[in-house]
Design a protein around this ligand. Structure first.
Ligand code: PGA
Length: 249
């Protein structure tokens, strides 16, 4: 049985004070929750506040992005080593908003994935099709391409901590959710690509999350699928009560 992972992607929301307030409410509600792994991914400037607030609990803290170089003249960027130095343990890689608005490509996603793994971070690699691709029947092709290129040159041994999130772009922030069956079908494509790249045992233990308008009222249906190993939650993770309801699916 794969332990599910519930990840909060806060995107560009919350100041340090708002982050501290969230954790003050959330940590007591999450204290007894050991069924699933929980990770909160706030903006960079809130990471230290989050790490401090989560310390002593089993709630982990993740970043939303990183750069593939160790250090250097890369204005505005943050390295894997900087994240691990403040005890950040997870990192979202290749979110569709980064691919769409910040020119991230399958190649940069691959480099980021590699460096995250090298530094012992648990990457949450995002893949997913846009609406036009789904309507044109290209969902499988897109998922295959994104996985093949992301996994390129990475060994199964190195990839051990890999986590993937299937996030159909048309479902993100739109209130439209993939049906559990649509998510399951996509997950099977991703799991197959993981098997091709890393072998069967690896693929069977790989966690694949679903993301895209996960809310308290649809979490149970999605999470009851054996093939869905957790959720990457945007909007509904900003409020501690709403995220707790999802956690308690
Ligand atoms: P959403 O975002 O839950 O607000 O749709 C999910 C995501 O972008 O990770």
């Amino acid at each position: 049985m794969r332990k599910k992972l519930l990840a909060a992607n806060w995107k560009m929301y919350k100041t340090q004070e708002q982050t501290a307030n969230f954790f003050r409410e959330f940590i007591p509600m999450a204290a007894a929750h050991t069924r699933d792994e929980i990770v909160i991914c706030p903006p960079f400037v809130d990471l230290q506040t989050a790490v401090n607030a989560a310390s002593g609990s089993h709630v982990a803290v993740g970043a939303q992005n990183l750069h593939w170089e160790k250090e250097g003249a890369f204005t505005g960027e943050i390295s894997a080593g900087m994240l691990t130095s403040i005890h950040v343990t997870h990192v979202i890689i290749g979110h569709s908003e980064r691919r769409q608005y910040f020119n991230e490509t399958d190649d940069t996603v691959n480099r980021k994935l590699e460096v995250a793994l090298e530094n012992g971070l648990t990457p949450i690699l995002c893949v997913g099709e846009v609406l036009e691709e789904r309507e044109a029947g290209l969902t499988e092709d897109v998922l295959r391409r994104q996985c093949v290129r992301a996994f390129n040159g990475i060994s199964a041994k190195k990839a051990a901590k890999l986590t993937v999130a299937y996030e159909p772009v048309w479902a993100i922030g739109t209130g439209k959710t993939a049906t559990p069956q649509m998510a399951v079908d996509a997950h099977l494509v991703i799991r197959h690509e993981a098997e091709e790249a890393f072998g069967e045992d690896f693929a069977q233990s790989l966690r694949i999350l679903y993301g895209g308008s996960v809310k308290p009222d649809n979490a149970s249906a999605l999470m009851s699928e054996r093939e869905i190993d957790g959720a990457l939650v945007g909007g509904a993770s900003l409020d501690p009560i709403s995220f707790t309801k999802i956690m308690n699916y």
